[in-house]
Ligand binder design. Structure first.
Ligand code: ZN
Length: 347
């Protein structure tokens, strides 16, 4: 039994003891959890009880964005020792699966992912996790930053898929944590500038503090007009990322991308959305999709360690574990000035 943040059912959270898997194997590590970021998906399970086919049917420990300290090392593990500071990929595939063998383990249908029912998450004292999906944090990367690697990995996956070219001009629709991280990863990948659009002024203000990011408030100005003014009347951005999942974004992506450019879909719309296929054909747009990440954790960690990306300004507030329920209530209230909320576990 371990004290954990448990989603009992839709809308009901409790901080209580619950049985979590704690059986070590030769290839695993036991990791004491340090910092955990609250993700939109955690909040959605709390407020809606489901995401698509994943339904909360029994009590579920939440949390999947974690850093921690190794406290036990499996007998076959060579490259970790007790005391190592680490972060973990929350998704673990079956390594013998066809998808894993193809190098696309993120789309392995048998992947188990923290806090995606029925798999428990990491808002608990310690987890047992495969060493193969655990990564050491450099000395100058804090536990708080380490818990930002998971969302940053989504952004790095998006930029890696886009194969950005030097000085590409980009657009990101959606200025939540993933949108800002996609924009920062694009700049770190060589983009010359990134327009980032939203309707929430405080979020855009946070984005404006980063070099190369150009915030566009779509309540005040048309993103299409801003992009045209910059790229030319008959041109557009090289790569348009969506990080909002909002039905209105897909038309903007198409209107703003240049002929032959790319649209990269990162945000997940709640319902099916309309999309102008002929409009995309007329520009011969390449459309790419992103589901979590695959083989990019090392790159995400290196971007933080090198100083090319600073995620510290994105961590708005940190709650002690004892106030996890309040932290989730605040996340669910959707304060416009909140970017990332974190929970800090007792040392
Ligand atoms: Zn997340």
């Amino acid at each position: 039994m371990a004290k954990s943040l448990v989603l009992e059912r839709k809308g009901v959270l409790a901080l209580r003891d619950i049985d979590v898997p704690d059986q070590m194997t030769a290839e695993s590590l036991r990791v004491q959890i340090r910092n955990v970021g609250i993700c939109g998906s955690d909040v959605h399970f709390y407020t809606h009880g489901r995401i698509g086919p994943f339904v909360v049917e029994k009590p579920l420990v939440l949390g999947h964005e974690a850093s921690g300290t190794v406290i036990e090392v499996g007998s076959a593990v060579k490259n970790f020792k007790v005391g190592d500071r680490v972060c973990m990929e929350p998704g673990v595939p079956t390594l013998s699966s066809r998808a894993a063998k193809l190098g696309i383990y993120n789309v392995d249908t048998s992947v188990t992912f923290w806090a995606c029912p029925p798999v428990h998450g990491c808002l608990t004292g310690a987890v047992v996790h495969p060493a193969a999906f655990t990564y050491k944090l450099p000395d100058d990367v804090s536990y708080a930053e380490g818990a930002m690697i998971e969302p940053l990995a989504v952004a790095v996956q998006a930029c890696a898929k886009a194969r950005l070219q030097p000085a590409d001009v980009c657009l990101v629709t959606g200025c939540g944590p993933i949108g800002i991280l996609v924009a920062l990863a694009a700049i770190a990948s060589g983009a010359s500038k990134v327009f980032i659009s939203d309707m929430t002024a405080p979020k855009l203000e946070a984005a404006s503090s980063f070099e190369g990011l150009i915030p566009v408030n779509i309540q005040k100005e048309s993103i299409e007009r801003v992009v045209r003014a910059h790229c030319g009347e008959d041109w557009g951005v090289d790569v348009a990322f969506d990080a909002s999942g909002h039905p209105s974004a897909y038309g903007s992506l198409l209107a703003c991308v240049r002929p032959g450019g790319q649209i990269v879909l990162v945000g997940m719309p709640v319902e099916k959305v309309e999309f102008d296929v002929v409009g995309a054909q007329a520009k011969e747009i390449e459309i790419k999709t992103v589901f979590r990440y695959c083989n990019v954790y090392d790159r995400a960690i290196a971007l933080l360690a090198s100083g090319k990306i600073d995620v510290k300004p994105l961590i708005t507030a940190t709650f002690p574990f004892s106030e996890s329920v309040q932290a989730f209530e605040r996340a669910a209230s959707g304060r416009p000035s909140d970017i990332k909320l974190q929970i800090k576990m007792p040392a």
